[in-house]
Design a binder for this molecule. Structure first.
Ligand code: FAD
Ligand code: DLZ
Ligand code: SF4
Length: 507
């Protein structure tokens, strides 16, 4: 009897726990392309292309390494198009009575796996995903008895735990965080290095055709697909980032420039989350770049914090709080998603830029996701379900474990502050400072009210006024409420009128 090892589309790692639990002699690997996964939310065409192509390439690598691989393609005749059906069929094909799985990235898939024990009457081993540096159990222990969960404290413990950028028990350079040196506005005349481009090989070309045929109605362009689809290529992307972009990563981390989607970011989220890159190796390589004098501490610490801090933290939070987290809507937001989130057809240039890029590349960098798109969703009161679905659909790196806490926690404050100490709301001045978008916008960022004023300016105050009961006692927001209190009644009325008109037109 053979063991059956199930490998999902975001588990494409040769050191996966599931692979380590059996052997080439005693196991068959099962990989399945299924339309339920492609369509439970209608993923961006480039995301589908990336995942299916990376799965097919990984299956070839496994075969070359001597594994027996049973790979079910999307257009295979008897494909049942859901995980349970494919596992059931494969168990019969291989006469297996032991199924080995690695802990999945989404709660709904975990529930499915747990049900297989009874449904299929077999042994199902669900192994911890040890590619992460902190397990859900470790995180639960850390979180126990803490009223507020703050990434910064979790991150410091992780730095100590895996001994990264440490000088004995103290952080290298004397501080845990160098953000004071980061986040400069974009300078004119910056020459931003090109990102890596790969020409689609025969496997990717087949996948592109399949996606164009089957999922043409999904969001996103697929005219120019240049992403890595193998581990080797993903490593090339990262190597290029280390050499060319990491030194400026910190300084320009929050900057946004028209037609520069990738800036100095790494553009590796999709590879990390699918398993083509491993977080620990990435962090260590960045640390080495610092010790070798190739990148300054503010850049390296900032980069490591994103992966060792934020990435691990949001995963811990997800598994700690699910399934309730998904239902949370602390601010009682009800507005449907405006149509222009799918088309980019809006006069607000910052949104147009961020959505246009997302459509073209299935990518937008963190500040575009947080302070442009997210800020807009927060202050206009878009419903968390609609916003979560949009983010899950449109980004190539989006899986629920990472998308949901970022959207419901960081962006929408739907979790009542479990993740963030205050909502990330801002007026147009922030976007103007950190980008060149306002110069080409039909709205005037300096105007606070009236038909030509930047909508962020009045919507921001209207948001604060609408949620006064929930936020006015938050010490981090006291200053803003004091400023609002000092405004004349006429000014407050203008804010509310402009917002009412804008929001009515939006819906
Ligand atoms: P870089 O800026 O170069 O950062 C390097 C790596 O750090 C990223 O690849 C990622 O693995 C990690 N990282 C950085 N910030 C975060 C974060 N807040 N949470 C988790 N990991 C982080 N990231 C996803 O991987 N998937 C998502 O679905 C996702 N949805 C997001 C939704 C919103 C509303 C926001 C505000 C952020 C979201 N992020 C998500 C986090 C972040 O925006 C992306 O990880 C990043 O933009 C990916 O691009 P990059 O590889 O160039 O990142
Ligand atoms: C995202 C995705 C898609 C689109 N398709 C598949 C697929 O056909 N087969 C598969 O094994 N995985 C796919 N994935 C990734 C899964 O959605 C992901 O493994 C789960 O959401 C758990 O994180
Ligand atoms: Fe965005 Fe306002 Fe600037 Fe226009 S003026 S780009 S809407 S911040």
């Amino acid at each position: 009897m053979q063991d059956l090892i199930l490998i999902l589309g975001d588990q494409l790692s040769h050191n996966l726990a599931g692979l380590k639990a059996s052997s080439k002699q005693t196991a068959t690997i099962l990989m399945v392309e299924i339309s339920e996964e492609a369509q439970y939310v209608p993923h961006h065409k480039q995301k589908l292309t990336f995942i299916f192509s990376a799965m097919r390439h990984f299956a070839e690598e496994l075969k070359l390494a001597g594994w027996s691989v049973d790979y079910v393609k999307l257009d295979d005749q008897d494909n049942s198009h859901h995980f349970s059906g494919e596992v059931r069929r494969a168990l019969l094909r291989h006469q297996s009575n032991r199924l080995i799985c690695t802990f999945p990235g989404e709660f709904r898939v975990y529930e499915m796996m747990q049900n297989w024990r009874e449904e299929l009457d077999i042994q199902v081993d669900i192994l911890e995903d040890d590619r992460f540096l902190s397990s859900p159990q470790d995180f639960a222990v850390w979180a126990e008895d803490r009223k507020q969960l703050r990434m910064e404290f979790f991150y410091r413990e992780m730095r100590r735990k895996i001994s990264i950028l440490m000088d004995g028990d103290q952080p290298v350079g004397g501080a845990w965080n160098y953000d004071a040196e980061n986040r400069a506005p974009p300078k004119s005349g910056l020459t931003i290095p090109q990102t890596s481009h790969f020409t689609p090989d025969a496997i990717t070309t087949d996948v592109i055709q399949m996606v164009q045929e089957r999922f043409s109605h999904h969001f996103g362009d697929l005219v120019d697909f240049f992403y890595a689809t193998t581990r080797d290529e993903a490593h090339q992307v990262f190597a290029q980032f280390l050499d060319e972009r990491l030194p400026d990563f910190g300084t320009y981390q929050d900057a946004m420039i028209t037609d520069e989607p990738f800036m100095y970011h790494a553009h590796i989220g999709l590879y990390l989350n699918a398993g083509l890159l491993e977080p620990e190796a990435i962090i260590k390589a960045a640390e080495e770049a610092y010790y070798a004098g190739k990148a300054p501490l503010n850049a390296v610490e900032g980069f490591i914090r994103q992966i060792l801090g934020w990435r691990e933290f949001v995963r811990g939070l997800y598994w700690l709080e699910m399934p309730d987290y998904k239902q949370m809507n602390y601010l009682d937001a009800t507005r449907p998603l405006p149509e222009f989130f799918w088309t980019g057809d809006t006069d607000m240039n910052c949104l147009k830029q961020a959505i246009g890029q997302t459509k073209k590349y299935a990518y937008a960098h963190h500040i575009q996701r947080l302070m442009v798109l997210g800020n807009f969703a927060l202050i206009t009161g878009l419903h968390p379900d609609a916003v979560n679905e949009w983010y899950l659909v449109v980004y190539a790196d989006a899986y629920e474990w990472v998308e949901l806490p970022n959207v419901s926690g960081m962006v929408l404050f739907a979790d009542a502050g479990r993740l963030a100490s205050k909502p990330y709301a801002a007026g147009g001045a922030y976007i103007d400072r950190m980008s060149d978008y306002c110069k080409s916008c039909s709205y005037k960022v300096k105007l606070k009210n009236g038909p030509d004023a930047c909508p962020f300016n009045y919507l921001y105050w209207d948001f604060l006024a609408r949620h006064k009961e929930k936020f006015s006692n938050n010490p981090r927001m006291a200053m803003m409420y004091r400023s609002y209190a000092k405004m004349s009644d006429e000014k407050k009325h203008q804010i509310s009128e402009d917002s009412r008109q804008f929001l009515e037109a939006l819906t």
